[in-house]
Design a protein. Structure first.
Length: 469
């Protein structure tokens, strides 16, 4: 839930490719990591040479998506790779002499589960390379600083680790109240001034700080107009998740760690980027924390969303208390795409039920139906292969215990939309239920549970050391 280190023997993750140069880059960053671990107050004055290292930039290039969208300059991954070594040499030289310039990001929009549009930024390919290189260097420092209950976009951690931690915390601790919080427009409101001050707690290399400031000030290009701001960081860049974790580390994580020491009851914390859930033993402490958290956020330009932040009665004790009062089951809350509810095992013991959030499933099915209309006359094998990948990805994420009915329902409705699209291809189409059933069985993978129970995986990863501290 918070604080456990990785189990002994687990790999931290590679820094670069496995070449002679990679070994040099790895050993250099490992020395940085050890120095950061030994002295939590040390400020690093010489880091830029790790960023413009050719092996580090080459590893960043290999890690980029081959089919990722191009930025405002139109340069794609394949086009840049046609003369890769020359391009990397020139980029490295520009970074070294301070001639590198950040380009504005291209604005795109994706649909959210509630139907609204989420703005994303697409940096140029060279900006992506340099950002990834900077992230690899800064991770060597901040991964020893970040607390255990922070899970978002960190090496060796995933959404399912956060989900497991939350479930184990609610089940094993004396949780009776849950704070389901949402930070209003976090990526658009974090203040550059505070962010730079937080960075300078550890980074004394002004050249690295200026690199980050260049990306913050580059602005957004939309409909031919460039806009810049003194607040916010554009979602979509490789550096944005790290900056978000860094900002909340100082604003939220360290403050919560100190606040919890004064609490008289159990307090559970799980944060994934700007989305976090907390569990409390006592209602008065939960209410006091919420009041103080609003004041804390206001000092740093952040605000809790008034409509999406709520305190609910939830947990083993809450379920019993509400049943005794005749008030029915506790309310549910959503976290990382799952709706969490209070339930019972067959033996009558309390457990946390996790099921696919209705809005998330409906949004994905709408997207599938829209794309099927666009691919109405594609060959059946191509459409089948694409739909198979969609179902496979959905099942791999949502295939947790107790969620079998939801993932089977998703597979069923994907097949239903496919049949509907095929029958619309022409008036003479003869796709009956039998043929559709054969196509679904052939192309869509079965919906099976593919994740272990939360307590099993959590215990295997942490081996008894608490990820709650």
């Amino acid at each position: 839930m918070e604080g456990r280190e990785l189990a002994k023997g687990n790999a931290v993750g590679a820094d670069a490719r496995r070449t002679q140069g990679r070994e040099r880059a790895t050993s250099g960053l490992e020395r940085v990591r050890q120095a950061a671990k030994e002295d939590k107050k040390q400020r690093f004055t010489a880091l830029l040479h790790h960023v413009y290292d050719i092996d580090c930039l080459r590893a960043a290039y290999q890690a980029l998506g081959r089919d990722a969208a191009a930025g405002v300059d139109g340069v794609t991954w394949r086009a840049y790779g046609e003369d890769l070594e020359k391009n990397l040499q020139e980029l490295s030289a520009r970074i070294k002499r301070g001639a590198y310039r950040a380009s504005p990001v291209r604005r795109v929009y994706i649909e959210k589960a509630d139907g609204r549009q989420r703005p994303l930024g697409v940096p140029t390919l060279e900006d992506k390379l340099v950002q990834r290189a900077v992230v690899s260097v800064l991770n060597a420092i901040y991964e020893v600083d970040f607390l255990g209950f922070s899970y978002g976009f960190r090496p060796g951690r995933s959404p399912h680790h956060a989900l497991d931690a939350l479930t184990v915390g609610i089940c094993d601790k004396k949780v009776s109240w849950v704070l389901d919080a949402d930070i209003r427009s976090f990526f658009d409101t974090l203040k550059h001034e505070w962010l730079v001050r937080f960075i300078e707690h550890r980074i004394a290399d002004k050249r690295v700080v200026r690199l980050i400031q260049k990306w913050l000030r580059a602005g957004v290009l939309e409909d031919g107009a460039r806009t810049a701001s003194e607040v916010g960081t554009v979602q979509g860049g490789s550096i944005s998740p790290l900056l978000a974790n860094l900002y909340l580390h100082y604003v939220f994580d360290l403050w919560v760690k100190q606040w919890r020491k004064r609490a008289r009851g159990d307090v559970v914390v799980v944060r994934f980027a700007d989305d976090f859930v907390m569990g409390f033993e006592h209602q008065d402490e939960a209410e006091r924390f919420l009041t103080e958290l609003r004041e804390r956020f206001a000092q740093f330009g952040l605000e809790l969303h008034p409509d999406k932040t709520r305190l609910i009665e939830f947990g083993r004790r809450a379920a019993r208390a509400r049943e005794h009062r005749g008030e029915g089951k506790p309310a549910t809350f959503d976290f990382l795409g799952f709706t969490h509810a209070c339930g019972r095992t067959r033996a009558g013991r309390f457990k946390v039920l996790r099921q696919t959030a209705r809005k998330r499933m409906q949004a994905k099915l709408r997207a599938v139906a829209t794309t099927l209309k666009q691919r109405l006359h594609w060959p059946v094998p191509e459409v089948g292969a694409w739909l198979g990948a969609v179902v496979r990805g959905h099942v791999r994420y949502f295939g947790v215990p107790d969620n079998g009915r939801a993932i089977r329902s998703f597979r069923h409705w994907v097949g239903w939309h496919w049949g509907r699209a095929m029958r619309r291809r022409s008036q003479a189409d003869r796709t009956n239920s039998k043929r559709l059933s054969m196509l679904v069985d052939r192309w869509l993978p079965p919906a099976k549970i593919c994740h272990p129970w939360p307590h099993q995986r959590f215990a295997a990863i942490t081996q008894g050391r608490s990820r709650m501290r």
